[in-house]
Design a protein around this ligand. Structure first.
Ligand SMILES: C[S@@+](CC[C@H](N)C(=O)[O-])C[C@H]1O[C@@H](n2cnc3c(N)ncnc32)[C@H](O)[C@@H]1O
Length: 200
């Protein structure tokens, strides 16, 4: 009404930028496949859900051991950036497709392990206070989830997933228990979840 009274043109209803970006990502996954999408876009990746990642990591500081983390499937280091702001310097990032974006954001090297590399045991011998995987574990095919989780638990006692989806739920995986769960709501009232798992 206000705009009409001032004689301005009313365009089509505004679709929030975040929604457009998320829809575009989902469409690209469908058109190109996840791997091809991140191979082509990985160097410029950013996550429009960053504020929710930040809220969840901050709210759970007392329950997650951030002293020496692996930011697994790190994108442009969304998790590492929040932890650095909280004063935790010892993080490593790993992602096969977004290393350039991580290096640019964090100004340090980035490992390049894929789900398949981890399953093959390429992370053997590495040890972390916690492994945090934000907005990525749902990209692992279901049948590879069990061997992936087993290998990650060889490197840590605490595995933390952040996800806008209900899946994957790792407590259905043999030998894994949900330690605690938290969530925050997006502007549209959708849950973004943080789940911490340990070995049973
Ligand atoms: C939605 S992004 C999440 C990035 C970041 N953790 C965040 O919270 O914004 C998904 C990430 O999974 C990575 N990814 C996709 N396929 C992968 C695979 N097969 N192995 C390991 N990482 C993969 C992508 O490169 C991308 O950085």
């Amino acid at each position: 009404m206000e705009k009409e009274r001032r004689g301005e043109q009313l365009g089509p209803p505004e679709v929030p930028k975040k929604r457009v970006q998320l829809k575009a990502i989902r469409n690209s996954y469908a058109d190109m496949g996840v791997e091809a999408f991140y191979k082509s876009q990985g160097s410029v990746y950013t996550n429009p859900h960053f504020p929710y990642i930040s809220t969840l990591l901050r709210n759970n500081e007392s329950r997650i051991d951030y002293s020496n983390i692996l930011d697994f499937c790190c994108g442009s280091g969304e998790v590492s950036q929040v932890l650095l702001e909280l004063g935790y310097e010892y993080s490593e990032g790993s992602d096969p497709f977004t290393q350039k974006a991580y290096v640019a954001a964090m100004n340090k090297a980035c490992l390049g392990y894929s789900f398949q590399d981890v399953i093959k045991g390429k992370m053997d011998g590495r040890r972390y206070s916690s492994i945090i995987c934000s907005f990525a574990m749902h990209l692992c095919p279901e049948k590879k989830l069990y061997p992936l989780i087993q290998q990650l638990f060889n490197c840590t006692d605490q595995l933390v997933l952040l996800t806008p989806h209900k899946r994957p739920k790792l407590d259905v995986v043999d030998g894994v228990v949900l330690e605690f769960e938290d969530f925050t709501l997006t502007e549209r009232g959708k849950k973004v979840r943080l789940r911490s798992y340990r070995r049973s």
